[in-house]
Structures are given as structure tokens and as C-alpha cells.
Design a protein around this ligand. Structure first.
Ligand SMILES: O=C(O)CCC(=O)C(=O)O
Ligand SMILES: [Fe+2]
Length: 331
């Protein structure tokens, strides 16, 4: 796939930096009407069909130690000094590294979240200059192991999803076995006015599926269910499985990519680790042919892998029309 020009994410202060000074009030750039934080058209309660797309997986094959190790390393990273973290700051033209995603204008509202985003699999796509080294000790080893654990989990879930849809499970497993895995570690520091800011604004993931682990027991993740934001209560060592837009398209809408967001709290840091799981670049993003017939027409357009991502990034850079990305994929 050709390299996409993602433009630059404009550097903004980290939340931890903001909080290192006494904060008289939350700066205006973070304040918003959180109750109105819905995507427009697609999320009207009438058109939402929540089908348990945000399930928590327990009894998975990933050992608790591996999860705990990565949680610890991620937390230690955010606890480094600003100077140390900035060694891994995002650079123009890349979304990888430490910072905030998709800050494209000086007046854009900001999220109450510090994050580091890293491509982890395939191994040759890693940009090691953004991978913390020395401190936290063994961060790279932990992320290597964690991302492979997430791939194993994703492949097995995708196999079950394909089976449930009556599709070729082997083909799907192979597509995700050879696919890409991007990891985003989030830190949501406490906020004096949590009800007036948002950790991550409402969105549906563009992945095939997303696997999220909470590094503690502090609720923050919310999913839109019947027009209401509902907290997904963390369960120790569970993996939250979220359907992404790719699987919504491939399943021709049988599975829906749910809108979700992250709320913040007044008292404690919350940490989460999110793995976005994608199929191989050869995998087209289109309703599976087995699901299409004269009685069941395709509801989504067909894209090559490259067209799909191009269209997402173009919209992110250029468009502020409030139309959710998924709606632009529908026929
Ligand atoms: O941290 C969370 O609870 C949500 C994160 C998320 O949705 C994302 O990074 O895409
Ligand atoms: Fe997400």
C-alpha cells in the first residue's frame, strides 16, 4: 500500500503538563457540551441497533501476567517526566508516537487524554524511534509480547465471527493472522470538571475489531446503547471486544460498529490499552459475497484496503461536516 500522507497532528500540551501547574479553571479548549457529544445522523436512537458489540472476554488465552506486565509498563511510561516522554513525541506526517491524535486546527476542541500510538505488527512496520527504550525498562519486550497475545486473541475471535456469519472461517483467520496491529495507550488524568470535558470523543473504530484492556478498575469507557451512554464496567483481566467498521461492512451490517467514548473522573488517573486489529492489505473492505443475494442487497460500497484508509484519512483532514464515516460507506 502506498504511504498515506496523514499530515501533522499539531503539538498541544499534555494533560499531565497542564496539571503540573495549579489549574484555576479548565482551559476553554477542553470544555464542551458533553451531553451533545453524539455523531449526527447515524446515532439517532431510532437507527441504532446495539447488539452486544461491546462484549468482555474472560477466560481468554492471554495469561494474566502478560496483561499485568504491559499495564505496568504503560502506566510507568505516562509517569515519566514530560521531557522523557517528549523524546517519543509525534513528528509531522506521522500519527505514531506520544501526543494527541488528529489535532488539525488551532481552534479544535481537545480531548482530556495523553496517549502514545505505536504500530506493533507486522514487526517490520515498527518505527522504533517512537518506542520507549531504557525507561520504562523492558517496555519494548512487554509490547512485543502483548501485541502477539492480542493477535492470537483477535484471530480466534474473527474465526468465530466468520463462522457465525456462515463465512469461510479459515480465510478470515488468515487475513487477521497476516494483518496489522496498532496499539494506543491512553492515560486520562483526573479533571476538576469531569462533566465538562471528554477523554475521547464519540467515535466508531475503523478497525476490523478492537481489543481493549483496562489497566485498573476505574470506569471510563462508555458505549452508546439505545441513545444513552452506558459505562462498560472494567472486569479484572478481561478483554473488551469491539466490532470495528471493517467488520460492519464485511458483515453487511449484521454486526454494527458501536459508538463509544471515554469519560474522565475527578479523582484518579485511568489507563487503557487499545489494540486496533486489521486484516492484510490484500483484504478488500466490502460486504462478503456469501451474504449478498436478491433478497439481501449490499448495504455498503466496496473498497480496496487502500481506498478505505485513504477515504478515512481524507475525511479526517478535510471534512468537518459531522457526517459519520460509516455513513459515507453506505449505498
Ligand atoms: O480508553 C477507552 O476507554 C476508549 C479508547 C478508544 O475508544 C480508542 O482509543 O479508540
Ligand atoms: Fe475507540
Amino acid at each position: 500500500m502506498a504511504t498515506l500522507n496523514l499530515g501533522s497532528s499539531i503539538p498541544v500540551p499534555s494533560i499531565k503538563e497542564l496539571l503540573s501547574q495549579p489549574l484555576a479553571a479548565v482551559p476553554l479548549r477542553y470544555l464542551r457540551d458533553v451531553s451533545g457529544d453524539y455523531p449526527t445522523a447515524a446515532a439517532s436512537p431510532a437507527t441504532l441497533h446495539f447488539r452486544n458489540m461491546y462484549d468482555q472476554l474472560i477466560g481468554h488465552e492471554v495469561c494474566d501476567e502478560s496483561l499485568k506486565d504491559m499495564h505496568k509498563k504503560s502506566q510507568e511510561f505516562f509517569e515519566l517526566s514530560s521531557e522523557d516522554k517528549k523524546r517519543y513525541a509525534q513528528k509531522p506526517g506521522s500519527l505514531e508516537g506520544y501526543g494527541q491524535a488528529f489535532v488539525i486546527s488551532e481552534d479544535q476542541k481537545l480531548e482530556w487524554c495523553d496517549m502514545i500510538f505505536l504500530k506493533a505488527i507486522p514487526v517490520h512496520t515498527r518505527t522504533l524511534e517512537f518506542w520507549p527504550q531504557e525507561q520504562p525498562q523492558n517496555f519494548r519486550e512487554a509490547l512485543h509480547a502483548y501485541s502477539h497475545d492480542m493477535r492470537k486473541t483477535a484471530v480466534s475471535i474473527i474465526g468465530f465471527i466468520a463462522m457465525a456469519l456462515g463465512l469461510d472461517s479459515k480465510e478470515f483467520r488468515e487475513a487477521f493472522e497476516g494483518g496489522s496491529y496498532d496499539v494506543r495507550m491512553n492515560c486520562y488524568p483526573p479533571c476538576p470538571e469531569p462533566e465538562r470535558v471528554i477523554g475521547i470523543t464519540s467515535h466508531a473504530d475503523i478497525s476490523g475489531i478492537t481489543l481493549l484492556t483496562d489497566c485498573g478498575d476505574i470506569p471510563g469507557l462508555q458505549v452508546l446503547k439505545d441513545g444513552q451512554w452506558v459505562f462498560v464496567e472494567p472486569i479484572t483481566n478481561a478483554i473488551v471486544v469491539n466490532i470495528g467498521i471493517i467488520m460492519e461492512v464485511v458483515s453487511n451490517g449484521v454486526y454494527k460498529a458501536p459508538y463509544h467514548r471515554a469519560a474522565v473522573n475527578r479523582h484518579k488517573d485511568r489507563f487503557s490499552i487499545v489494540t486496533f486489529c486489521y486484516p492484510t492489505k490484500e483484504f478488500d473492505i466490502k460486504p462478503a459475497k456469501e451474504l449478498i443475494s436478491s433478497d439481501s442487497l449490499a448495504l455498503y460500497k466496496s473498497f480496496t484496503n487502500e481506498e478505505y484508509f485513504q477515504s478515512f484519512y481524507e475525511r479526517t483532514k478535510l471534512s468537518d461536516d459531522g457526517v459519520p464515516f460509516i455513513d459515507t460507506l453506505k449505498i
